[in-house]
Structure formats: structure tokens, C-alpha cells
Unconditional design. Sequence first.
Length: 335
Amino acid sequence: MLIAIIAMLIGLALLIFSADGFIDHAVALANKYHMPKMLIGALIIGVGTSMPEIVVSSLSALAGSPGLALGNAFGSNIVNITLVLGVTALIAPIAIQKQVLKTDFSWLIVATIVAVGLMLDGNISRIDAIILLVLLIANICVQIIHAKRHAQATKTAILASTEAAHELAADELPAPDDVNTAKSVILLLVALFVLVSSSRLIVWGAVELATLLGLSDLIIGLTIVAIGTSLPELVSSVIAARRGEFEMALGNVLGSNLFNTLGVVGVAALIMPMSVDSEILNRDTLVMCAITALLFVLCAIAIKRDGQLGRLVGVLLISCFVAYSAWLIVSVLPI
């Protein structure tokens, strides 16, 4: 037990340190190539920080534990919205753009509907997995095309106006010429590796403690593993918010949830087709859909008002996390 606690503490320290460098180099690359920070958050940070989920779920599928694989993916989605965005909104208001609802959120809603629809027969087959992965690849291609168009539009604007160029250089693109691409990419990958490894160290220690308490693999997946594998999203989003990179914080969560829904479940089912427990459909999938819909409504309301998810929203989301966690705990208590 002592070793597990020490592992968790060391992992936490490494997690915070690596997340700080991860955000630094992600922002540097975004600035250099004039990429929208929302896209950086969705692709680089969102997908990158979802690596723990795909590793855990794939290993769980190979080990014949579909409850842990699905619980990890859907539990992480719930934690990302309720805890990650909730804590981030408490630190500082999160700016919301109308385009986010039309693009990133639309993709997430479609992915959620497709994934849930494929699960209604009680199984996720390899054909289902291929459908999910094809949808994920389509999203990545669209994101890349959007990034290229945005970069070209930004360059055109800079060339067209010297005044605009100075303004962008001062506010949005700090010294892009000073950024060494190769060095930034290498350091970004190193930071990502440490980020993922440290989260796994925390998860290992937490699972060891949970196992001693006799918790089921589904509950471990939905709570400890889900929260543990969401630590990269949480820490990177908090750091991004503290630095004013609010687009990255939101893009991080939306990108991560999309990757969890399509990529994590898709890869796990491709490795080993799995049955879907009725408990997952009746409780966890329902909560995931409700939380996703709630966030969409909150973002829509924010756009019509001040364009921000404020601290009251943060309190609401964290309250949802507490309520869901309490539901899980009650569900495993002996009657």
C-alpha cells in the first residue's frame, strides 16, 4: 500500500511538470504556423492526452474485461466535461465561439449518437469498431483541412496589413520566427510521453488501492481509472486556462471526448469484440449523453449572453460530477 501511495505522489509531480511544458510547446507551434488554438487543443492536446485511455481500454479488451474498457472511455468523457471543464471554469471564465457549436460540438454529438446506436444491440463488433474509426479519421481529415485554410487566411491577412501584422505578432503570435520546429516537436513528444507515463503511474497506484477494497472492474474503470486517465486533460486544461489559452482548454475536452468515443472504443472493439453490459447502457451511457447535451445547452446560452462559461457553470458541472460519483458509490453498496 505504501508503494502505491508513493507512486501516486511521484506521478502527480511529474504530471504537473510535464503538462506545463506540453502547453508551452503546443502554443509555440500553433503560433508559428498560424493555427487556431481551438484546433491545437482538439487535435494535439485532445488526442495526445487521450493516449492513456486507449492504452488502458486496449489492454482491458485483450484481458477480456469489456466493463473496464467501456467504463474507462465513457467515464473519462463524463469526467472531462464535469470535472475538467468545471475546475477550469472555476479558475477563469472559458470563452465560447459560435463556430465551436457548428463544428467541434456537432462532430461530438454525431459521434455520441452513432456510438450509442451501435451499442443498443448489446454488442460492439469489429464492423462497429471500423465504423467508429472511419468516422474518427474523417473528423481528423476535416480538422486538418480547416487548419490549412485558417493558416492561409492568417498569412494573407498578415501580408495585406502591416498594422494587423504588428497586432497579431504582439497578441497572438509571439515571435514565431524564434520557434525551432524540430526542437518544439521533440520536446512536445517528450512532454506528452511523461504526461501519459505519469498518469499511468497514478492510475496503477490508485487501482492497487481500489483492488484492496474489493471494487469491481466496472466501478474501477468508471471512477479511479477514468479520473486517473483524465488527469492529463485536467492539468493541461487548468494550465491553459491560467495562461489565458481558453480555446485550448475547451478544444482539449471536446477533442478528447471525440477520440474516446470513436478511437478508444473503436480500437478496443477492433482488438476484441465485446458485449455491452446493461448497466453501462442504463446508467453510464445515459449520463454521458445527458452531460454532453447539458454542455451544448450551456455553450449555446453563453454565446447568446456574454460568450463565456463562468464560475456558476463550473459549480454546476462539478456538482454533476459529485452526484454521478455518489450514484456509482451507492450502486456498489450492499442492499
